[in-house]
Structures are given as C-alpha cells and as structure tokens.
Design a protein around this ligand. Structure first.
Ligand code: ADP
Ligand code: MG
Length: 249
C-alpha cells in the first residue's frame, strides 16, 4: 500500500478540466516533485489533496483510506500538512506563539487562543513547539513578532508551522517563489535538512529544475491536467514529451 494514492481524479471548473483523470501514488519516505507549465493543474492537485477543493470525481486515499469525507482540518490531523502559505502566519504573534498554535491544533484538534495564556497547562504542546523551532533554526527568535522576521525566516517559520503537526507527508507549492537567490538557497538547504533529519515524505511543486533534479527521488510531469511523464530525475531529463510541454509544443 502506498502512503498516498490518487485514483482517476478529475476536477472541473465550469467547462475547464484542471485535473484530467490523474492517477499517481506516493510511497512512504519518497520525495516527489510535481512539475509542469503554468496552468498545468499543479496547485489544483495540491488543493485537492489538502481538501481545499472537492474533486468532480475520483478518489484520494491516504494510508489506505479515502480522505474525501474529511475536511481540511481533519486532513492535517491525519498527517498531511501543507507549507509555504504566508496566510498561515499570525503576524502580530511571536514566533513561539505561532508554532504553539499549530502544535496545539495538531494535538487537540481544535484551535483555542486562550491556551497561550495558560503557560504550563500543556507541557506536550510546549515540548513540541520547542522541537519544531529547533528543527527550523528559530529557537533564538522565539520571542520575535512574526511580522518582524526577514522574509527567509518567515518561510522557515511556515515550514515550522507545517512540521508542528508532525505530518507524515509535507506538501509544498512553489516554496521559493519570490525569493532572492540567497533565500532560495536557504530554503533548499532547509528542505534538504527536513529530508535528511526527519525522513519526511514530501510532494513539492517547484519551477526551478535545478532544485527539482537535485532534491527529488521521482518527478511527476503534469500538462493540461494530465500526467504526461513520471520517473527519476534522469528519466525525466531526457523525456521528449517533457521537452515539448516546456517548449510549449
Ligand atoms: P498551476 O498551479 O499548474 O499553474 P492551477 O492548478 O493553478 O495550475 O490551474 C490549472 C487550471 O485551472 C488553470 O487553467 C486555472 O486557470 C484553472 N483554475 C484554477 N483554479 C481555479 C478556480 N478556482 N476557478 C476556475 N479555474 C481555476
Ligand atoms: Mg500553481
């Protein structure tokens, strides 16, 4: 059994087929990248997996069970977490509070701000928070307001927030978009670190092919909502259909 099984998945927006009969699987501990030209349906697929979107037809199974009956929050509790959503940060709260909220929500399945005022009442949440901040290198900035962090550190906090729920699978949609070369490198280093130290399964959407080829065990290529190729970086590099899709053929 694969960790994630996507089975004949279709998503239509009006007359537009954004996801066109997609069937792919991701194994435990596998690092998979999803590539394809603009509008190929990459974000749609990610949003279907996180239950932000309802499919038109098909199924998504995680650990062998359909997740289509779950809401977005329950999916996170089941072990699928998406990182790099700036919206997931509370700008006026500290780095520590942001990580605590994520850890608390993961542990207790609900979101209650007043727990922040009851220090010591939730030792497991505090332990998880410290581990998380340590993992993303932000322990030293625990008391900094999130909005005061430099851009690159904000993205690290976003990974931290995603990791605080102790996911089995991490989804990332264009994590380096809008980053400077230095911030991009720092983010790639962090993803490498997450891969090495946590051994996390991930599904990464990334347009920078150098990053994709260096970081992935397997690459899935989408074009016009369909999977047009799948394989190792070496297999994908020379694939004629991939070249054609990227050249706009
Ligand atoms: P990618 O992330 O690969 O660039 P998307 O998944 O964002 O592509 O989009 C795939 C297609 O679906 C595009 O044609 C896009 O315009 C369309 N689309 C995406 N989201 C919506 C939506 N909420 N409503 C209507 N069309 C959408
Ligand atoms: Mg996208």
């Amino acid at each position: 059994m694969s960790l994630l099984e996507i089975d004949s998945l279709v998503k239509e927006f009006g007359g537009l087929v954004a996801t066109d009969d997609v069937s792919v699987s991701i194994e435990e501990d596998e690092r998979v990248s999803l590539i394809g030209p603009n509008g190929a349906g990459k974000s749609t697929l990610i949003n279907l997996i996180t239950r932000r979107l309802d499919p038109t037809s098909g199924d998504i199974r995680f650990k062998g069970e359909s997740i289509l009956g779950l809401d977005a929050h329950e999916v996170v509790q089941n072990g699928i977490s998406k990182s790099f959503q700036t919206a997931s940060i509370f700008p006026e709260m500290t780095v520590e509070e942001n990580a605590q909220i994520a850890a608390f929500a993961a542990e207790h399945g609900s979101f209650r701000l007043n727990f922040l005022r009851r220090r010591g009442a939730y030792p497991e949440v505090e332990a998880r928070t410290r581990d998380t901040l340590d993992a993303v290198g932000l322990l030293g900035q625990a008391d900094t307001e999130a909005q005061a962090l430099p851009y690159g550190d904000k993205r690290r906090l976003e990974i931290g927030i995603a990791l605080a729920s102790e996911p089995d699978m991490l989804l990332m949609d264009e994590p380096t978009a809008g980053m400077s070369p230095e911030e991009t490198q720092a983010t790639v280093d962090l993803i490498e670190e997450v891969k090495r130290e946590l051994g996390l399964t991930f599904l990464l959407v990334e347009h920078d092919m150098e990053i994709v080829f260096s970081i992935s065990d397997r690459i899935i290529v989408l074009n016009r909502g369909q999977v047009i190729a799948e394989g190792t970086p070496d297999e994908i590099r020379g694939h004629p259909d991939v070249q054609e899709a990227y050249l706009g053929g």
